[in-house]
Design a protein around this ligand. Structure first.
Ligand code: IDP
Ligand code: MG
Length: 150
């Protein structure tokens, strides 16, 4: 099974959206295999967003992500990386389709509620950045046998 890294950002957490966000992924049929509530240290924020370090918005991005605790998760499922990117919607909430998390809950690109890995390679890197291998749980969802065709 494929895995992806998802993070409810400080604005989403402070607005009480963690439960709603977890519910959307659960209802889709995805399986949560790790989770932690944490205020991220600067080093891990820089590592998480290393491809953006030279961008003009990086200082404000870092301040935003370090502005409060975040809710870190690993989700599992077939093609979960691309599924989760569709469920969260476009980076800019003003362009994100209604029905997506960013489309339903955000306005500004600098307060877009949630992060999710953009490729299987970045998912592997981000999961390893935030979780130890032994923190990822293996179990069966009761509905797996009817959720998947094969
Ligand atoms: P993504 O989160 O959809 O993968 P990225 O382009 O990887 O989008 O950007 C990472 C994060 O940086 C965004 O989610 C957003 O919080 C922030 N960001 C991206 N572009 C801008 C910008 O132009 N202004 C302010 N913040 C930005
Ligand atoms: Mg990205």
């Amino acid at each position: 099974m494929d895995r992806t890294f998802v993070m409810v950002k400080p604005d989403g957490l402070q607005r009480g959206l963690v439960g709603e966000i977890v519910s959307r992924f659960e209802r889709k049929g995805l399986k949560i295999v790790a989770a932690r509530f944490e205020k991220l240290p600067e080093s891990r924020v820089s590592d998480q967003y290393r491809e953006h370090i030279s961008k003009p918005f990086f200082p404000s991005l870092k301040q935003y992500i370090m502005g409060g605790p975040v809710f870190l998760m690993v989700w599992e499922g077939r093609n979960v990386v691309s599924i989760v990117r569709k469920v969260i919607g476009a980076t800019n909430p003003q362009e994100a389709a209604p029905g997506t998390i960013r489309g339903d809950y955000g306005i500004d690109i600098g307060r877009n509620v949630i992060h999710a890995s953009d490729s299987p390679e970045s998912a592997a890197r981000e999961i390893a950045l935030h979780f130890k291998p032994e923190e990822l749980c293996t179990y069966t969802r009761i509905d797996e046998s009817v959720l998947y065709e094969y």
